[in-house]
Design a protein around this ligand. Sequence first.
Ligand SMILES: [Zn+2]
Length: 265
Amino acid sequence: MTRPESEKRDLRNFKTRGIVLKTFKLGEADKIITLITEAEGKIAAVAKGIRRTKSRFGARLEPFTNLNLIFYKGRNLSTITSADIIKVYDGVTGELDRIDYGYAMLELVDKLSVEGQSDPRIYNMLAKSLDLLSRTDNGKRLVLSTFDIKLLAFSGFLPNINECTGCSSKTGLTDFSFTQGGILCKRCADSDPSSVNINGDTIELMRSLLLTPFKGLKDVKTDTATLGELNNIIDKHISYHLSIRLRVRDFIDRQASKESSKQRI
Ligand SMILES: [Zn+2]
């Protein structure tokens, strides 16, 4: 049975919420907007005429903006036909230091998400993380690390932090292997040249950030050294397994190594 013409047209329009990850110019007046959406996962769509001064989109389709959107599904690319702001995370964009942490989140979502695969948890977690990042003063690295660990878990890239990746031992865990993607006991580490030392506190922190909801982060107790080690290992794990360098992270790491303050939400 063929569908009536009106119904076919309807199927080409879809609504969902989404956060802008990045944009780039297309032709004279258009832009391609990449978003992580709640219902459809990552989408790259055209915003027509957006660079004209009288565009109906104004400055709404910029990174760190959460929107209600309507798309029209084209043969290749979809087009954004309507965009209404839910929230602008201006606490993130308003500060040079904080914006780097925000871009690190957007970049990781972009690299880990594949168009056509939907996972509403990623949109929801990014919204929560940006909201918390825009309010915290001393907890920026803690928010970013929590975000990283949860996103790696959603995407199937979380390192093994439960037991020795080599022999399944639950005790004597002293190292982390980038090639095996997880923690190791001393004996297994001796035969893995890619392994580095990891503190018991750092392993405990990884486990606890994976399970702690964002609203519970204020009760997480940690120190700069432990969080620094966690950041370092997670960043290297990401670049090893995803074969990408996340440029924003290198900058944050250089900055953070100069900090000595305790991390608090
Ligand atoms: Zn082992």
